[in-house]
Design a protein around this ligand. Structure first.
Ligand code: F6R
Length: 620
């Protein structure tokens, strides 16, 4: 959480940095700020959405060509202007000696703060971050051998910091340098082509913030410091050993990170699902056959899988378990990363950990990956961002090919995760000799129809979704019920509604509802019942009867021609029927994504930036 950006080049730094922050605001958006060097440090900071900072810069631009910027998701101290980054060194001769932006947590900040106050530093915020510029200033202006040298100063300060972080610092004495370091939070250096003998150099927490200026990037590893100047970047370890960080061409385009013809990223990303799934599916097929993913392991030998994930990715994992058990007969456990990492999981031969993460940066999932690796359990990552830490630390990667997901609510990554897990299960089944050539052909045909079915479901369900949203947008509670593969859909539908429309919502396995939660049912409670034509439909119809008998308002999700469902439900959100019912949850979630969106709009919520959240959860 929190986004960092930096720029050195011929363009006005404030203009480049405000666009970079726009691209990073999914990482946190409760306040933002920037510092630009021009003789001295010029600071602009504003609490609230990024627009507050943009307005401030419009009214009072900062003239300068080297700067750092930050968009915040508060951890230590509320989102006030005083707590905004960048933070400056303060107190007597230290004042204004350095500015710092930081992503992560400094665990020993209390101890450092007391020590720095004794040395004359004056603190102005409640953040853990502020100890960093103060510490840097005391070293830079001190009498050690690091004094006066920005890289040596940062290196000496890093030796005192505990926790996980990415930081960037600028010193007014060195007006064309940014010194940055990474220990646990992502950081990428970007560079443009050489033009008129000069380059633009950029720094960011994520690739979109480097666009459109940079055409190449180098990813910092943990424990690396970079000295960025207009002439290039020099990388070294915290202890001073030079590091070769190769620059690679950036594949993401600026178009992929803009809203295009849509008002929100969430709408754009929901609409992109047919093309995302088509791209993913074709990457895993050759002709009529499945291609085994290149994961550097023998899938036939895997007899136990542990899925690690959080939030929406955890919901995808719940269906992944069904896929692997049904198709490949593999024993699967699904673990919430923040729980797994604090247990002492048993490792046995034949176990494989699969970390599922859109961002590939989720702190708890990453910690789970590291714990598994420490126990010599092979780990693979199912990730969307292939440059992410999880992708780089896992032994093998299954990419989602979903393109940048910027809306805080995960939509296209979820359906891509389900599709990727289905294909993975089929590939494991094939490797184990459990998929006949005929079954493989049928499966490939079924999965290839999916993008078209996603498209038709989005189109055909929209008017009913709007009708239901008009009826129930004001409801303070909503229940989602599903069985089998639709239980995760119920959980995911409820999560979408909670996070972007702030409606209290719960998802239950429908058979469990009568064991307590059914007491909530009143004539005012919308109960969204996932009841497509699958093997549990009859059971689900009985569960719907139980709710209806208690006067609950039933919204069915199922096939348009299902007369029984139509008779029971107040309204039906129609979904297409796939050839293989295991694929049904990929279609059933679509009207629920749109429902959450429409309810959020009617409740005047900020769809892409819901309160209290950030997209990439890099703190535990
Ligand atoms: C909900 C949502 C979150 C994420 C969770 C894990 O819409 O986006 O629940 O799914 O924070 O994130 P990743 O998948 O990036 O590890």
């Amino acid at each position: 959480m929190c986004g960092i950006a930096g720029y050195i080049g011929p363009k006005p730094a404030d203009q480049v940095l405000i666009v970079a922050l726009e691209r990073l605001k999914y990482r946190g958006y409760d306040s933002a700020g920037m510092a630009v060097v021009n003789g001295e440090l010029h600071l602009r900071r504003a609490a609230g959405k990024l627009k507050m900072l943009a307005d401030q810069i419009d009214a009072s631009p900062v003239d300068g060509h080297c700067g750092i910027a930050h968009t915040r998701w508060a951890t230590h101290g509320p989102p006030t202007e005083a707590n905004c980054h960048p933070h400056l060194a303060n107190g007597g001769r230290f004042t204004g000696a350095v500015a710092v932006v930081h992503n992560g947590i400094i665990e020993n900040h209390d101890h450092l703060r007391r020590e720095l106050i004794e040395q004359g530093c004056i603190f102005q915020s409640e953040t853990d971050t502020e100890v960093i510029p103060q510490l840097l200033a005391t070293i830079y202006l001190g009498d050690s051998t690091a004094a006066g040298d920005p890289v040596a100063t940062v290196r000496a300060a890093l030796a005192r910091l505990e926790g996980s972080f990415a930081i960037a610092a600028i010193f007014p004495d060195h007006p064309d340098r940014i010194i940055a370091a990474r220990q646990g939070s992502p950081l990428i250096v970007g560079r443009s082509r050489i033009k008129d003998g000069r380059r633009e150099m950029l720094l960011a927490s994520d690739i979109p913030a480097l666009l459109p200026h940079a055409h190449e990037m180098a990813i910092l590893d943990d424990g690396v410091i970079v000295d960025i100047r207009s002439s290039g970047a020099v990388f070294g370890t915290f202890s001073g050993v030079p590091v070769d960080a190769p620059f690679k061409t950036i594949e993401v385009t600026a178009d992929a990170v803009s809203k295009g013809r849509f008002d929100t990223f969430m709408e754009k990303e929901i609409a992109e699902q047919p093309e995302v799934l088509a791209r993913l599916i074709e990457s895993r097929l050759r002709g009529e056959a499945l291609v085994e993913p290149d994961l550097g392991l023998d899938l036939a030998a895997v007899n136990h899988i542990v899925f690690l994930a959080c939030g929406t990715s955890w919901h995808a994992a719940l269906n992944g378990k069904r896929y692997l058990e049904t198709l490949a007969r593999v024993h699967v456990e699904v673990d919430i990363s923040s729980e797994y990492r604090y247990r002492n999981p048993v490792a046995s031969g034949g176990t494989l950990v699969v970390a599922i993460s859109q961002s590939g940066e989720t702190a708890d999932t990453l910690a789970g990956v590291r714990l598994a690796k420490a126990k010599f359990i092979p780990v693979i990552g199912l990730v969307n961002v292939v440059t992410s830490t999880i992708a780089r630390e896992a032994a093998g990667v299954m990419p989602l090919f979903a393109g940048p997901e910027i809306g805080v609510a995960s939509t296209k990554a979820y359906t891509a995760q389900l599709t990727a897990l289905y294909l993975f299960a089929a590939q494991a089944a094939k490797a184990k000799g459990l998929l006949s050539p005929e079954a493989e052909r049928k499966l490939v045909t079924a999965v290839r129809k999916l993008p078209g079915q996603v498209e038709s479901t989005l189109k055909n369900s929209e008017s009913a979704v709007i009708e239901v949203a008009d009826l129930f947008a004001a409801a303070s509670d909503t229940v989602f019920l599903g069985r089998g593969g639709e239980h995760p859909t119920a959980l995911e539908g409820a999560l979408k509604l909670k996070e972007i429309a702030y409606v209290h919502a719960s998802g239950y396995p429908a058979g469990e509802f009568k064991h307590g939660p059914i007491a909530q049912v009143t004539a005012k409670l919308p109960v969204i019942c996932l009841c497509p034509r699958d093997q549990l439909r009859e059971k689900m119809l009985s569960n719907i009867q139980e709710v209806k008998a208690r006067a609950g308002r039933i919204i069915g999700v199922g096939q348009a021609d299902d007369r029984e469902l139509r008779d029971l439900a107040d309204l039906v959100l129609p979904v297409a029927r796939p050839d293989d019912e295991l694929l049904q949850p990929i279609l059933s979630i679509l009207p629920l994504q749109r429902y959450a969106y429409h309810v959020a709009v009617r409740r005047k919520c900020d769809v892409d930036q819901p309160r209290n959240l950030a997209k990439s959860v890099t703190v535990e």
